[in-house]
Design a protein around this ligand. Sequence first.
Ligand code: ADP
Length: 255
Amino acid sequence: MNNNFIPLEKTTDKIVRDDLMPPFHKNGELKSLMGFAIKTKNVTKVYKVGKTNISVLKGITLDIKEGETISVVGPSGAGKSTLLHIIGLMDKPTTGTIYVEGITNTDNEKTLAKFRNESLGFIFQFYNLLPEFTAIENIMMPAMILGESESNIRKKSHDLISEIELAKRAEHLSSELSGGEQQRIAIARALINSPKILIADEPTGNLDRHTGESIINLMLKLQLNYKFTLIVATHNEEIAKKFSKTIKLVDGQIV
Ligand code: ADP
């Protein structure tokens, strides 16, 4: 019998299966997430400091659906920030896989950079605005980098700054704004390219309780309008309850 012979049922089976496969697959690996924004499998992160290995994430497996709002809680040093950077494909795991919006952490740097520029918004505890630029210029910046037309970007930025109720501060230097105002601008900047995923790392950590709460309420209101997947790390259990799901990290593990 010819060894190259493939029984008809098998051939048909293969054709049908390939036909049904979602658009992103490579080496048989399912990369389109069918309603999930993010999946991680056995993610670990080990930092090497001198001769010491610091094991920061110890096998994180999680699924986050598109449009979910997730809080990530846990004591300082639990690995929240490390996990958020890895989920956002801004940092690499030591082992394990992250699937985000049709790509994985093993894709090439160009693909990862495109994801970070176009599909991800990231908000930091200390805002990270450019102090020598105005509020509106800070919001416009990520879209300018992508090379959209300036008039479109200006229009979108003015719509966003109105939505965050800071239109009156548009022409102020970002360094002239209060902490809460700077964080609002950082939120608008993170949304200028209409990301599918918004990640915030302790966005209220530098703000008083009332201002912090208004920042979280603003993010949740914008999520309702724009339907992005929202993931926020916080120390504050009261804030965490406002989200549809909470992930608790202790010593690099989900508990
Ligand atoms: P959290 O956000 O929960 O406070 P982090 O993810 O910032 O926790 O940090 C978790 C642990 O990893 C901490 O012990 C921290 O010191 C360590 N760590 C974070 N980044 C590095 C790094 N670049 N090199 C070495 N250790 C690090």
